[in-house]
Design a protein around this ligand. Structure first.
Ligand code: SAM
Length: 288
């Protein structure tokens, strides 16, 4: 999916603060995902028309953002394996049977029935480059039926909420505690044409928050968060789900799965499906 020649910029900055400011400047320059490698920042850009002029401008912008203590170097890189490109935010990726997650600058190859999700990599968590996001997406594909009411807890980039809406959910409530991620999710919801069906809130979800939403409010809850956050929420998830409701739990390490499943059983769930990739475990649980 996609090919090209890329301008690779590498910035070595004095400290973490300068690196954070430089990372913002790199995104402002049109950089795709910004990777941190050995205290240096690396980003890939589509070849500019005037490379010399571009590099001079880039140096100036970085100096304005990060001060004097940085070193900019650059190189050209030829096209590579698509998974590697995708990891750097440069190509589309198929997840599960029908979902295709793509950065905005790629026109992915699709098949009939595919659901394309456009996400800007390198922003909030949830670009599809993390195995736990992919696990949750694959389970969502099985869990969401047209007309469902879905809650996405910790929406990050909004990726699961977008997938749920594009898979036919009637209404989606996406809640995220980090205001920067909410800003990013808002852009992604608009970009994917689902802003009208997804209500986005900047809030911390806890059991009291869920209870205040009212019982049996949802058909599906998706929560790709660490197990330490999920475990205390399981009882409230159960109460928030209607008859036949399903919960997708992600962000769980394989070695934590047994404990999470036992706690979910105690809260009135049964395990319906498991997805494992790398060290990450995701589970689809049904109301028993
Ligand atoms: C691992 S990311 C998942 C993002 C996205 N849903 C995905 O699947 O890729 C978890 C997100 O949950 C948010 N979060 C963590 N605890 C939360 C809570 N109690 N309420 C709301 N958001 C929370 C974090 O800020 C983070 O953006």
């Amino acid at each position: 999916m996609g090919s090209g020649k890329w301008l690779v910029l590498r910035v070595e900055a004095a400290d973490a603060e300068a690196r954070a400011l430089a990372a913002e400047a790199l995104i402002g320059l049109g950089g795709t995902a910004v990777e941190e490698r050995d205290n240096a920042l690396v980003t890939y850009l589509a070849a500019p028309a005037d490379p010399e002029g571009f590099l001079a401008g880039a140096e100036e912008r970085l100096r304005a953002a990060a001060g004097r203590e940085f070193r900019l170097s650059w190189a050209w890189e030829e096209d590579q394996d698509w998974t590697e490109l995708w990891r750097r935010g440069l190509d589309a990726r198929r997840v599960g049977r029908r979902l295709v997650v793509t950065p905005p600058w790629i026109q992915p190859e699709t098949q009939r029935g595919d659901v394309v999700i456009v996400i800007d990599p390198g922003m909030a968590f949830g670009t599809g480059e993390h195995a736990s996001t992919r696990g949750a997406l694959r389970l969502l594909e099985s869990a969401v039926a047209p007309g469902d009411r879905v809650l996405d807890v910790g929406t990050g980039s909004g990726i699961l909420a977008i997938a749920a809406a594009r898979l036919g959910a009637r209404e989606v409530l996406a809640v995220e505690s980090d205001p920067d991620a909410v800003t990013n999710a808002s852009v992604n919801l608009e970009r994917n044409g689902v802003a009208e069906r997804v209500e986005l809130r900047c809030d911390v979800v806890d059991a009291a928050y869920l209870r205040a939403l009212g019982p049996r409010r949802f058909d599906v809850i998706a929560a790709n968060i660490l197990s330490g956050v999920l475990l205390p929420l399981l009882g409230a998830f159960r109460e928030s789900l209607d008859e036949g409701g399903r919960a997708i739990l992600g962000g769980i390490l394989r070695e934590e799965a047994e404990r999470v499943v036992a706690a979910a059983r105690e809260s009135g769930f049964e395990l319906a499906m498991v997805d494992e990739e790398e060290e990450w475990w995701s589970g689809l649980l049904r109301v028993a």
